[in-house]
Design a protein around this ligand. Sequence first.
Ligand code: C2E
Ligand code: MG
Ligand code: MG
Ligand code: MG
Length: 275
Amino acid sequence: LDAKEKHLFIGFYQQDSNIQIQKKLELQNRLKNAIKNNEFVLYYQPKLSLSDFCVRSVEALLRWNSKDGIVLPNEFIPILEETRLIIELGYQIFEQAIDQIKAWQKIGFTISVAINLSAVQLDDANFLEKTFTLINRSNVDRNLIEIEVTESTLIKHLDRLTKLNEYGLKIFLDDFGTGYSSLSYLKEVPISGIKIDIAFIREMFEKKNFEILKTIINLSKALNLKVIAEGVETKAQANALKSLNCDEVQGFLIARPALAKDIEHLFRGPFLIGK
Ligand code: C2E
Ligand code: MG
Ligand code: MG
Ligand code: MG
């Protein structure tokens, strides 16, 4: 490349990234307004117990109800994390989830709600104090709040998560099987269970994966951990997971994430899978 070409190339690249930066700033502003206008809503996806086919717990999954339609987390969580807006929104998510637990209790359903936490939320120096305050104020039964974190977040924030667990919240290791997942540390962390990642479940019938899955489930059970399979889409998967002693399944086979009122009928159970 001679100097001129090089310059042209860089110029083009800079122009391209300027447009990207511009777009990103626009989105950041829209997200800020969306938080202010309460455009974020929680959808809920049930987890089905394979011992009695009842639903006792759901996962809260964030949706942006924008004027152009429902937007999924992958589109906005990274930006909310980068701008740290997720911290502020995170406390609102806690409040929404707690209100839902109480609303369900009022109509006779005792249902746990799992809240996803990213590392950025736990980075907040006031995280514990703020979270304890809002939970105390709400008078909710702490046993009914679950937390989902990935392996890297668990390791990074072991101290804070241990305190959260001592306070009474159950912690689950999310996306198990995608990270480093050294099995030996499972005995040393304050978790109640693991959620096996969808990518792993998708390929569970490949011979080696099936053997690994069996081992993961047996080891987890031996350590007294609950095992939940994510992304279960077929009866064959659910039935095989039951025969492997997996505790709970979650996925489109049972229900897609939906508004609270649209999944309540599943609480009346049992939900039979069939062959
Ligand atoms: P996750 O916690 O691992 O959630 C599982 C994802 O798999 C969800 O995607 C869910 O809709 C999707 N899913 C569930 N069952 C099936 C299935 O049978 N098939 C397929 N193909 N997908 C299934 P979603 O809702 O788009 O959320 C993506 C990620 O965004 C979550 O992964 C979580 O890490 C993050 N997230 C969601 N809500 C929140 C939140 O309130 N706060 C934070 N910090 N992160 C959140
Ligand atoms: Mg999760
Ligand atoms: Mg997951
Ligand atoms: Mg995930």
